[in-house]
Design a binder for this molecule. Sequence first.
Ligand code: COA
Length: 380
Amino acid sequence: MKISIAGTGITKFGELWDASPRGLARVAVSKAIEDADIKKEEIGAVFVGNMLSGMLGSQEHLGAFFAEELGIAGVSATKIEGACASGGLAMHAAVTAVLSGLYETVLVLGVEKMTDHKPEDVASALMGAGSEEERLSGVSFPGLYALLARAHMDAFGTTEEQMASVAVKNHYHASLNPNAQFHNLLTIESVMKSSCVADPLKLYDCSPISDGAAAVILTGKKIRNGVSIIASCVATDTLSLSRRKSLTELSATREVSKKAYTQAGVTSKDIDIAEVHDCFSIAEIMALEDLGFFKKGHAAREIAKGHVTLGTSDRLVVNTSGGLKGCGHPVGATGVKQIVELVDQLKGRVGERQVKKSRIGLSHNVGGSGATAVVHILKK
Ligand code: COA
Protein backbone atom coordinates (compact mmCIF):
# COMPACT_ATOMS: atom_id res chain seq x y z
CA MET A 1 0.00 0.00 0.00
CA LYS A 2 1.35 3.41 -0.91
CA ILE A 3 0.00 5.48 1.92
CA SER A 4 1.73 7.33 4.72
CA ILE A 5 0.87 9.08 7.95
CA ALA A 6 2.22 12.59 7.53
CA GLY A 7 1.28 14.00 10.92
CA THR A 8 -0.54 13.34 14.20
CA GLY A 9 -2.08 15.42 16.97
CA ILE A 10 -3.80 14.64 20.24
CA THR A 11 -5.40 16.39 23.22
CA LYS A 12 -5.12 15.38 26.81
CA PHE A 13 -7.64 12.63 27.64
CA GLY A 14 -9.71 12.81 30.83
CA GLU A 15 -12.57 14.57 32.53
CA LEU A 16 -12.19 17.84 30.62
CA TRP A 17 -15.07 19.88 32.04
CA ASP A 18 -13.97 23.11 30.36
CA ALA A 19 -13.54 21.65 26.87
CA SER A 20 -16.13 21.33 24.08
CA PRO A 21 -16.00 18.86 21.16
CA ARG A 22 -15.22 21.87 18.94
CA GLY A 23 -12.30 22.95 21.15
CA LEU A 24 -10.93 19.40 21.42
CA ALA A 25 -11.08 18.94 17.64
CA ARG A 26 -9.38 22.26 17.00
CA VAL A 27 -6.43 21.39 19.27
CA ALA A 28 -5.89 17.87 17.89
CA VAL A 29 -6.24 18.92 14.25
CA SER A 30 -4.01 21.99 14.46
CA LYS A 31 -1.26 19.86 16.03
CA ALA A 32 -1.65 17.24 13.25
CA ILE A 33 -1.51 19.89 10.50
CA GLU A 34 1.59 21.44 12.06
CA ASP A 35 3.21 18.02 12.46
CA ALA A 36 2.47 17.15 8.81
CA ASP A 37 3.79 20.56 7.73
CA ILE A 38 0.91 21.09 5.31
CA LYS A 39 -1.64 23.87 4.72
CA LYS A 40 -5.17 23.00 5.77
CA GLU A 41 -6.30 23.75 2.19
CA GLU A 42 -4.40 20.60 1.11
CA ILE A 43 -6.94 18.43 2.99
CA GLY A 44 -9.28 16.89 0.40
CA ALA A 45 -11.60 14.98 2.71
CA VAL A 46 -12.43 14.65 6.41
CA PHE A 47 -13.44 11.45 8.21
CA VAL A 48 -14.82 11.93 11.72
CA GLY A 49 -14.96 8.98 14.15
CA ASN A 50 -17.63 9.57 16.79
CA MET A 51 -20.26 7.47 18.54
CA LEU A 52 -22.23 9.50 21.07
CA SER A 53 -22.57 13.11 19.90
CA GLY A 54 -26.04 12.49 18.46
CA MET A 55 -27.38 10.49 21.40
CA LEU A 56 -25.85 12.57 24.21
CA GLY A 57 -25.28 16.00 22.68
CA SER A 58 -28.10 16.11 20.07
CA GLN A 59 -25.47 17.13 17.50
CA GLU A 60 -25.37 15.02 14.35
CA HIS A 61 -24.08 15.96 10.89
CA LEU A 62 -20.54 15.93 12.25
CA GLY A 63 -18.73 15.81 8.89
CA ALA A 64 -19.92 19.25 7.78
CA PHE A 65 -19.94 20.46 11.40
CA PHE A 66 -16.21 19.90 11.87
CA ALA A 67 -15.26 20.90 8.30
CA GLU A 68 -16.86 24.29 9.00
CA GLU A 69 -15.32 24.48 12.46
CA LEU A 70 -11.85 23.77 11.08
CA GLY A 71 -12.23 26.41 8.36
CA ILE A 72 -12.28 23.94 5.45
CA ALA A 73 -16.00 23.90 4.60
CA GLY A 74 -16.38 22.81 1.00
CA VAL A 75 -14.40 19.57 1.27
CA SER A 76 -15.96 16.11 1.39
CA ALA A 77 -16.68 15.32 5.06
CA THR A 78 -18.27 12.24 6.62
CA LYS A 79 -18.99 10.92 10.10
CA ILE A 80 -18.20 7.24 10.62
CA GLU A 81 -19.89 5.37 13.47
CA GLY A 82 -19.02 1.89 14.69
CA ALA A 83 -19.44 2.16 18.48
CA CYS A 84 -16.06 2.14 20.26
CA ALA A 85 -14.44 1.23 16.91
CA SER A 86 -15.63 4.50 15.28
CA GLY A 87 -12.07 5.92 15.24
CA GLY A 88 -10.57 2.77 13.71
CA LEU A 89 -13.33 2.64 11.11
CA ALA A 90 -12.77 6.32 10.25
CA MET A 91 -9.08 5.46 9.67
CA HIS A 92 -10.09 2.54 7.43
CA ALA A 93 -12.49 4.74 5.42
CA ALA A 94 -9.74 7.35 5.01
CA VAL A 95 -7.23 4.71 3.86
CA THR A 96 -9.65 3.40 1.23
CA ALA A 97 -10.37 6.97 0.06
CA VAL A 98 -6.67 7.70 -0.49
CA LEU A 99 -5.99 4.31 -2.10
CA SER A 100 -8.91 4.85 -4.50
CA GLY A 101 -6.96 7.79 -5.90
CA LEU A 102 -9.88 10.17 -5.34
CA TYR A 103 -8.13 12.13 -2.58
CA GLU A 104 -4.42 12.68 -2.06
CA THR A 105 -4.38 14.02 1.49
CA VAL A 106 -7.13 13.47 4.07
CA LEU A 107 -7.81 14.16 7.74
CA VAL A 108 -9.03 11.60 10.27
CA LEU A 109 -10.48 13.06 13.45
CA GLY A 110 -11.65 10.99 16.41
CA VAL A 111 -13.54 12.98 19.02
CA GLU A 112 -15.82 12.26 21.97
CA LYS A 113 -17.20 14.26 24.89
CA MET A 114 -18.73 11.93 27.48
CA THR A 115 -18.43 13.62 30.86
CA ASP A 116 -21.02 16.40 30.53
CA HIS A 117 -23.79 13.85 30.83
CA LYS A 118 -25.36 11.77 33.60
CA PRO A 119 -23.51 8.45 34.08
CA GLU A 120 -26.77 6.50 33.56
CA ASP A 121 -27.36 8.31 30.24
CA VAL A 122 -23.80 7.52 29.13
CA ALA A 123 -24.15 3.83 30.09
CA SER A 124 -27.44 3.61 28.25
CA ALA A 125 -26.07 5.39 25.14
CA LEU A 126 -23.06 3.04 25.11
CA MET A 127 -25.51 0.11 25.05
CA GLY A 128 -26.59 1.42 21.65
CA ALA A 129 -23.64 -0.74 20.54
CA GLY A 130 -25.31 -3.88 21.87
CA SER A 131 -28.22 -5.93 20.57
CA GLU A 132 -31.88 -5.24 21.23
CA GLU A 133 -32.28 -8.24 23.54
CA GLU A 134 -29.21 -7.20 25.55
CA ARG A 135 -30.63 -3.69 25.98
CA LEU A 136 -34.08 -5.01 26.91
CA SER A 137 -32.54 -7.34 29.51
CA GLY A 138 -30.89 -4.32 31.17
CA VAL A 139 -27.30 -5.52 30.80
CA SER A 140 -24.50 -2.91 30.59
CA PHE A 141 -21.08 -3.12 28.87
CA PRO A 142 -19.28 -3.99 32.11
CA GLY A 143 -21.93 -6.76 32.49
CA LEU A 144 -21.27 -8.16 29.00
CA TYR A 145 -17.50 -8.23 29.53
CA ALA A 146 -18.05 -9.79 32.98
CA LEU A 147 -19.78 -12.69 31.18
CA LEU A 148 -16.76 -13.02 28.85
CA ALA A 149 -14.44 -12.92 31.87
CA ARG A 150 -16.39 -15.71 33.62
CA ALA A 151 -16.28 -17.87 30.47
CA HIS A 152 -12.49 -17.33 30.17
CA MET A 153 -11.97 -18.10 33.88
CA ASP A 154 -14.02 -21.31 33.59
CA ALA A 155 -12.27 -22.48 30.41
CA PHE A 156 -8.64 -21.62 31.23
CA GLY A 157 -8.41 -20.97 34.96
CA THR A 158 -7.74 -17.25 34.38
CA THR A 159 -7.72 -15.52 37.77
CA GLU A 160 -8.93 -12.14 39.02
CA GLU A 161 -5.33 -11.34 40.05
CA GLN A 162 -4.13 -11.99 36.48
CA MET A 163 -6.83 -9.65 35.16
CA ALA A 164 -5.72 -7.08 37.74
CA SER A 165 -2.19 -7.25 36.32
CA VAL A 166 -3.49 -5.77 33.04
CA ALA A 167 -4.70 -2.69 34.95
CA VAL A 168 -1.44 -2.46 36.93
CA LYS A 169 0.62 -2.54 33.71
CA ASN A 170 -1.56 -0.06 31.83
CA HIS A 171 -1.68 2.43 34.71
CA TYR A 172 2.14 2.18 34.87
CA HIS A 173 2.39 2.99 31.15
CA ALA A 174 -0.19 5.79 31.55
CA SER A 175 1.88 7.29 34.37
CA LEU A 176 4.55 7.99 31.71
CA ASN A 177 2.09 9.54 29.26
CA PRO A 178 1.36 13.26 29.88
CA ASN A 179 -1.86 13.02 27.84
CA ALA A 180 -3.29 10.11 29.86
CA GLN A 181 -6.36 10.42 32.09
CA PHE A 182 -4.71 8.59 35.02
CA HIS A 183 -1.20 8.98 36.40
CA ASN A 184 -1.73 6.96 39.58
CA LEU A 185 0.04 3.62 39.92
CA LEU A 186 -2.01 0.58 40.94
CA THR A 187 -1.07 -2.64 42.70
CA ILE A 188 -2.73 -6.04 42.39
CA GLU A 189 -4.06 -5.45 45.89
CA SER A 190 -5.55 -2.03 45.09
CA VAL A 191 -7.29 -3.45 42.03
CA MET A 192 -8.63 -6.43 44.01
CA LYS A 193 -9.94 -4.08 46.72
CA SER A 194 -11.62 -1.62 44.33
CA SER A 195 -15.41 -1.64 44.25
CA CYS A 196 -17.24 -4.31 42.29
CA VAL A 197 -18.79 -3.03 39.05
CA ALA A 198 -20.01 -6.30 37.46
CA ASP A 199 -18.65 -9.41 39.16
CA PRO A 200 -15.80 -10.38 38.60
CA LEU A 201 -14.90 -6.93 37.14
CA LYS A 202 -13.98 -4.21 39.59
CA LEU A 203 -13.59 -0.44 39.15
CA TYR A 204 -9.93 -0.76 38.14
CA ASP A 205 -10.73 -3.51 35.61
CA CYS A 206 -12.83 -0.98 33.68
CA SER A 207 -11.89 1.77 31.26
CA PRO A 208 -13.27 5.13 32.43
CA ILE A 209 -15.69 7.67 30.98
CA SER A 210 -13.52 10.21 29.14
CA ASP A 211 -13.27 13.22 26.85
CA GLY A 212 -10.63 13.68 24.17
CA ALA A 213 -9.70 14.01 20.52
CA ALA A 214 -6.99 12.67 18.23
CA ALA A 215 -6.18 13.48 14.61
CA VAL A 216 -4.10 11.98 11.83
CA ILE A 217 -3.19 13.28 8.35
CA LEU A 218 -2.90 10.55 5.70
CA THR A 219 -1.37 11.07 2.29
CA GLY A 220 -0.72 9.17 -0.90
CA LYS A 221 2.21 11.54 -1.66
CA LYS A 222 5.79 10.40 -1.23
CA ILE A 223 7.01 12.05 1.97
CA ARG A 224 10.17 11.96 4.07
CA ASN A 225 10.00 10.58 7.62
CA GLY A 226 6.41 9.37 7.25
CA VAL A 227 5.15 6.14 8.76
CA SER A 228 3.64 3.69 6.24
CA ILE A 229 0.32 1.93 6.67
CA ILE A 230 0.92 -1.66 5.54
CA ALA A 231 -2.48 -3.09 6.50
CA SER A 232 -5.96 -1.71 7.16
CA CYS A 233 -8.68 -4.34 7.73
CA VAL A 234 -12.12 -4.70 9.30
CA ALA A 235 -14.17 -7.77 10.32
CA THR A 236 -17.59 -8.09 11.94
CA ASP A 237 -19.52 -10.56 14.09
CA THR A 238 -22.98 -10.80 15.71
CA LEU A 239 -23.95 -7.90 17.97
CA SER A 240 -25.33 -10.25 20.60
CA LEU A 241 -23.11 -12.49 22.73
CA SER A 242 -25.95 -15.04 22.77
CA ARG A 243 -25.49 -15.70 19.05
CA ARG A 244 -21.72 -16.36 19.27
CA LYS A 245 -20.22 -19.85 18.91
CA SER A 246 -17.64 -19.11 21.60
CA LEU A 247 -17.42 -16.68 24.52
CA THR A 248 -13.71 -17.21 25.09
CA GLU A 249 -12.62 -15.47 21.89
CA LEU A 250 -13.71 -12.54 19.74
CA SER A 251 -13.88 -14.15 16.32
CA ALA A 252 -13.92 -10.76 14.52
CA THR A 253 -10.50 -10.07 16.06
CA ARG A 254 -9.17 -13.47 14.95
CA GLU A 255 -10.56 -12.91 11.45
CA VAL A 256 -9.32 -9.33 11.02
CA SER A 257 -5.84 -10.07 12.32
CA LYS A 258 -5.41 -12.96 9.86
CA LYS A 259 -6.44 -10.63 7.01
CA ALA A 260 -4.14 -7.87 8.25
CA TYR A 261 -1.05 -10.09 8.63
CA THR A 262 -1.60 -11.37 5.07
CA GLN A 263 -2.13 -7.85 3.71
CA ALA A 264 1.04 -6.59 5.43
CA GLY A 265 3.12 -9.69 4.64
CA VAL A 266 4.09 -10.11 8.30
CA THR A 267 3.25 -12.48 11.17
CA SER A 268 2.36 -11.74 14.79
CA LYS A 269 6.03 -12.40 15.66
CA ASP A 270 7.08 -9.33 13.64
CA ILE A 271 5.03 -6.90 15.76
CA ASP A 272 7.14 -4.89 18.25
CA ILE A 273 4.43 -2.67 19.76
CA ALA A 274 0.65 -3.02 19.93
CA GLU A 275 -2.15 -0.76 21.06
CA VAL A 276 -5.01 -3.18 21.80
CA HIS A 277 -8.60 -2.60 22.90
CA ASP A 278 -8.52 -3.09 26.69
CA CYS A 279 -11.96 -1.61 27.46
CA PHE A 280 -11.94 -4.11 30.36
CA SER A 281 -8.94 -6.05 31.65
CA ILE A 282 -10.31 -9.34 30.26
CA ALA A 283 -10.51 -7.67 26.82
CA GLU A 284 -6.71 -7.23 26.65
CA ILE A 285 -6.18 -10.87 27.65
CA MET A 286 -8.54 -12.11 24.93
CA ALA A 287 -7.09 -9.67 22.38
CA LEU A 288 -3.51 -10.89 22.86
CA GLU A 289 -4.72 -14.45 22.23
CA ASP A 290 -7.03 -13.63 19.31
CA LEU A 291 -4.34 -11.50 17.62
CA GLY A 292 -2.03 -14.55 17.73
CA PHE A 293 0.54 -13.18 20.21
CA PHE A 294 -0.12 -16.00 22.70
CA LYS A 295 -1.85 -19.38 22.59
CA LYS A 296 -5.46 -19.48 23.81
CA GLY A 297 -5.52 -19.50 27.59
CA HIS A 298 -1.89 -18.34 27.96
CA ALA A 299 -2.03 -14.51 27.72
CA ALA A 300 -3.17 -13.80 31.29
CA ARG A 301 -0.13 -15.45 32.85
CA GLU A 302 2.26 -13.88 30.31
CA ILE A 303 0.90 -10.40 31.12
CA ALA A 304 1.10 -11.13 34.86
CA LYS A 305 4.78 -12.13 34.43
CA GLY A 306 5.49 -8.71 32.85
CA HIS A 307 6.11 -10.15 29.40
CA VAL A 308 4.38 -7.25 27.58
CA THR A 309 5.41 -4.45 29.98
CA LEU A 310 7.66 -1.54 29.05
CA GLY A 311 11.21 -2.15 30.25
CA THR A 312 10.54 -5.81 31.04
CA SER A 313 9.56 -7.27 27.67
CA ASP A 314 12.24 -7.88 25.07
CA ARG A 315 9.73 -8.90 22.42
CA LEU A 316 6.33 -7.20 22.34
CA VAL A 317 5.16 -4.21 24.41
CA VAL A 318 1.42 -3.67 24.69
CA ASN A 319 -0.49 -0.43 25.29
CA THR A 320 2.37 1.99 25.91
CA SER A 321 -0.17 4.85 25.84
CA GLY A 322 -1.78 3.36 28.95
CA GLY A 323 -4.45 1.73 26.80
CA LEU A 324 -8.11 2.51 27.23
CA LYS A 325 -7.73 1.62 30.89
CA GLY A 326 -5.06 4.14 31.87
CA CYS A 327 -5.06 6.69 29.05
CA GLY A 328 -8.86 6.89 28.96
CA HIS A 329 -11.57 5.88 26.50
CA PRO A 330 -13.38 8.74 24.77
CA VAL A 331 -14.96 6.13 22.56
CA GLY A 332 -14.85 7.73 19.07
CA ALA A 333 -11.32 9.05 19.65
CA THR A 334 -9.75 5.80 20.89
CA GLY A 335 -9.04 4.15 17.52
CA VAL A 336 -7.30 7.31 16.26
CA LYS A 337 -5.35 7.73 19.53
CA GLN A 338 -3.98 4.20 19.04
CA ILE A 339 -2.56 5.28 15.65
CA VAL A 340 -1.11 8.48 17.15
CA GLU A 341 0.67 6.47 19.86
CA LEU A 342 2.10 3.97 17.35
CA VAL A 343 3.33 6.73 15.02
CA ASP A 344 4.93 8.61 17.93
CA GLN A 345 6.61 5.38 19.10
CA LEU A 346 7.84 4.51 15.59
CA LYS A 347 9.22 8.04 15.22
CA GLY A 348 10.98 7.75 18.58
CA ARG A 349 9.32 10.78 20.16
CA VAL A 350 7.55 9.53 23.30
CA GLY A 351 10.27 10.20 25.86
CA GLU A 352 10.23 7.96 28.92
CA ARG A 353 7.82 5.42 27.47
CA GLN A 354 9.86 4.85 24.27
CA VAL A 355 10.20 1.21 23.20
CA LYS A 356 13.77 0.95 21.90
CA LYS A 357 13.17 -1.65 19.21
CA SER A 358 10.04 -0.40 17.50
CA ARG A 359 9.83 -1.01 13.80
CA ILE A 360 6.36 -2.45 13.26
CA GLY A 361 3.24 -1.54 15.27
CA LEU A 362 -0.31 -2.92 15.34
CA SER A 363 -3.52 -1.21 16.46
CA HIS A 364 -6.64 -3.16 17.43
CA ASN A 365 -9.92 -1.30 17.95
CA VAL A 366 -13.16 -3.07 18.90
CA GLY A 367 -16.79 -1.96 18.69
CA GLY A 368 -19.32 -3.27 21.21
CA SER A 369 -18.56 -6.66 22.70
CA GLY A 370 -16.66 -7.65 19.54
CA ALA A 371 -19.15 -7.08 16.70
CA THR A 372 -16.61 -4.85 14.89
CA ALA A 373 -12.84 -5.29 14.95
CA VAL A 374 -10.39 -3.05 13.09
CA VAL A 375 -6.66 -3.70 12.73
CA HIS A 376 -4.03 -1.41 11.26
CA ILE A 377 -0.36 -2.33 10.88
CA LEU A 378 2.20 0.47 10.59
CA LYS A 379 5.87 0.38 9.61
CA LYS A 380 8.66 2.88 10.09
N1 COA B 1 -10.56 3.46 36.39
C1 COA B 1 -9.94 4.13 37.37
N2 COA B 1 -10.53 5.10 38.10
C2 COA B 1 -11.80 5.39 37.79
C3 COA B 1 -12.51 4.75 36.79
C4 COA B 1 -11.85 3.73 36.08
N3 COA B 1 -12.48 3.08 35.11
N4 COA B 1 -13.75 5.26 36.70
C5 COA B 1 -13.81 6.22 37.64
N5 COA B 1 -12.65 6.30 38.30
C6 COA B 1 -12.31 7.15 39.43
C7 COA B 1 -12.69 8.59 39.17
O1 COA B 1 -11.61 9.32 38.65
C8 COA B 1 -13.06 9.05 40.56
O2 COA B 1 -11.87 9.32 41.29
P1 COA B 1 -11.81 10.53 42.32
O3 COA B 1 -12.85 10.21 43.37
O4 COA B 1 -10.39 10.47 42.84
O5 COA B 1 -12.12 11.75 41.54
C9 COA B 1 -13.69 7.83 41.20
O6 COA B 1 -13.13 6.70 40.50
C10 COA B 1 -15.21 7.81 41.11
O7 COA B 1 -15.55 8.14 39.79
P2 COA B 1 -17.02 8.07 39.22
O8 COA B 1 -17.05 8.89 37.96
O9 COA B 1 -18.02 8.40 40.29
O10 COA B 1 -17.16 6.55 38.85
P3 COA B 1 -18.48 5.80 38.47
O11 COA B 1 -18.73 4.83 39.57
O12 COA B 1 -19.56 6.74 38.06
O13 COA B 1 -18.03 5.01 37.14
C11 COA B 1 -17.45 3.01 36.04
C12 COA B 1 -17.13 3.95 37.19
C13 COA B 1 -16.43 1.88 35.99
C14 COA B 1 -18.88 2.40 36.19
C15 COA B 1 -17.40 3.84 34.69
O14 COA B 1 -16.08 4.35 34.56
C16 COA B 1 -17.76 2.99 33.49
O15 COA B 1 -18.95 2.80 33.19
N6 COA B 1 -16.76 2.46 32.75
C17 COA B 1 -17.01 1.63 31.60
C18 COA B 1 -17.19 2.48 30.36
C19 COA B 1 -17.62 1.65 29.17
O16 COA B 1 -18.46 0.75 29.26
N7 COA B 1 -17.04 1.95 27.98
C20 COA B 1 -17.33 1.23 26.80
C21 COA B 1 -16.53 0.00 26.79
S1 COA B 1 -17.04 -1.16 25.55
